[in-house]
Each structure stands twice: as C-alpha cells, then as structure tokens.
Design a protein around this ligand. Structure first.
Ligand SMILES: NC(=O)c1ccc[n+]([C@@H]2O[C@H](COP(=O)([O-])OP(=O)(O)OC[C@H]3O[C@@H](n4cnc5c(N)ncnc54)[C@H](O)[C@@H]3O)[C@@H](O)[C@H]2O)c1
Length: 260
C-alpha cells in the first residue's frame, strides 16, 4: 500500500530536478500525479516514466506566472482524476548576481516566477483543496533564511515564499489545507549546473560539486531524493499536524558557524 493511495497531486516544475523526483515519488506512493511545467516535452517524459513504473500520471504545460494557466491546470487535474489533495510548487528560476550587475528585469522575473507564481498556483488550487482538505508544499530555499552575496532577487523571492506559506496555513486551516515550505541547500540539478557555469565558467562539474558539498557540515550536497522524501512526509498523513512551517534540508548549513 502506498502512502498516497487515492490522492491526487499537482506538481509544478515537474519536468526537472526536485519537482521531477518528488512527482515521481508521489506517483510511486500511489498518487495520481499531474506533472506540470513550462517545458511540456520534458514534463511529458517525466510523467511517462512514472507511468512506466506503474504509476498514474498526466502532463500539462503551465507558465506559473499566468493565472489562467494555473486555473486551467488545476481544472484539468480535477477533471481527469476527480479531486486535488496535494499541490507542490517547484517551478523556479535561479539567476544570481551582485546588485550592481543585477538588472531590474531579472529581479522582477525572479520574483514573478518564484514568488508570484507560487501565489498564483496556490490561489488557483485553494478551492479544489478546500473540498476535502489538502497539503501545499512550496519549495523555498535556505537562501530565503540566510543571506548570501548575489542572492538579492532569489533570496527575497524565497523569503517571500516562506512567509506566504505561513499566511496560507492560517487562511487554509479552517478548510484543513496545510501549507509548508521545504528549504533545501545545494542540490545538483540543471538550475545549479547553470548557476555554477555562470559563476565559475569552465569549472569541471566535479570541482564545483566538491566545493558545494564542503559548504555543509555533513560534507555533501542534498539530493533530489532527500527533497522528495521530505515532500512525501508533508503530503502524506505523517505530516498531518504540520502547517505554516519551513522544513530545512541543508546538512547543517544554517545551524551555525563552522569550527575554525
Ligand atoms: N537545486 C538546488 O540547489 C535548489 C536549492 C534550493 C531551492 N531550489 C528550488 O527548487 C525548485 C526546483 O529547482 P531545481 O533545482 O529542480 O531546478 P530545475 O531547473 O531543474 O527545475 C526547475 C523547473 O521549473 C520550470 N520552470 C521555470 N519557470 C517556469 C514557469 N514560469 N512556469 C512553469 N515552470 C517553470 C523549468 O522548466 C524547470 O523544469 C526551484 O524553485 C528552486 O529555486 C533548488
């Protein structure tokens, strides 16, 4: 028996990285899962992979910055699978630069996708989740908890996501909608590979990975599976008493200063 048998999940950013791994674990645990992403072809491939492994899945294109898209995809999930119990928002962009090199357009776009996009998906899903109660899981970041040079747009967007989850936990409680965030530190995904290429052009991936692993006291990066397992806890009955919180998955990175 799966932990999510009979549940329906919608995961944004499900074509790649953390969203893909989480959506696939949800499907493996018995949920019917809608894989939604701007990149429709990769979302479909991820959904097909879940189906080939015995899961129930569908794929939808979504631009999370467009409310009409968010509403359409929620409606498609409900039409296809009859209900919506879980919304996981993983769609995101990760451009970073020091303030003098960060243009206003990149700042706005980062807030638009990471923060406004999360808000719009939640707003679209709220009525369907409220029918029987449900779980919202937003991927924030340790960058929304601690500052790091170059992360003004990204960090501000993720701090906003954390606070948005607290507010939605309060607004959703009467309808048994829980809302939580997951704050990962570094996980090697296409987003991070792209950021590393921008910051350290030409650096071999293994060198960058070793550097990022050393940032955490546990001495390794996170994995998509670490994040997927945390998301499963929040999506399933185990997480039934948790709402308005941030689950930090960082190998101890934000626990305090490292020994000298
Ligand atoms: N990888 C990390 O180290 C890390 C750490 C903390 C938080 N995060 C967050 O996790 C989430 C997933 O990131 P990832 O590392 O898996 O990156 P990724 O680039 O592998 O996946 C991000 C996905 O979001 C999709 N996307 C981008 N803009 C979109 C839009 N407007 N509408 C719909 N989909 C859109 C992309 O197509 C892509 O499939 C992001 O919110 C990211 O900020 C990542």
């Amino acid at each position: 028996m799966g932990k999510l048998d009979g549940h329906v999940a919608l995961v944004t950013g499900a074509a790649s990285g953390l969203g893909r791994a989480s959506a696939q674990l949800f499907a493996a645990e018995g949920a019917s899962v809608v894989f939604a992403d701007l990149n429709e072809a990769d979302a479909r491939a991820a959904a097909d992979e879940a189906a080939a492994a015995g899961g129930t899945s569908a794929a939808e294109q979504i631009d999370v910055t467009a409310f009409a898209d968010c509403e359409r995809v929620v409606a498609a999930a409900v039409e296809r699978f009859g209900r919506l119990d879980i919304l996981m928002t993983c769609a995101g962009v990760g451009d970073t630069a020091p303030i003098l090199e960060l243009d206003a357009e990149t700042f706005r776009r980062t807030i638009d996708v990471n923060l406004t996009g999360t808000f719009l998906c939640c707003k679209a899903a709220f009525p369907a989740l409220a029918r029987q109660g449900g779980s919202i899981i937003a991927i924030a970041s340790v960058a929304g908890i601690i500052g790091a040079p170059g992360f003004s747009a990204y960090g501000a967007s993720k701090a906003g996501v954390l606070h948005l989850m607290r507010i939605l936990a309060l607004e959703g409680a009467a309808s048994h909608i829980r809302a939580n965030a997951i704050c990962p530190s570094w996980v090697w995904t296409p987003m991070v590979a792209k950021a590393v290429e921008r910051i350290m052009p030409g650096a071999p991936a293994e060198m960058a990975q070793a550097y990022l692993a050393r940032q955490s006291p546990l001495g390794r990066m996170g994995t998509p599976a670490d994040v997927a397992r945390a998301a499963l806890y929040l999506a399933a009955d185990e997480g039934a008493f948790m709402t308005g919180q941030a689950m930090v998955l960082d190998g101890g990175l934000t626990a305090g200063p490292r020994p000298l």
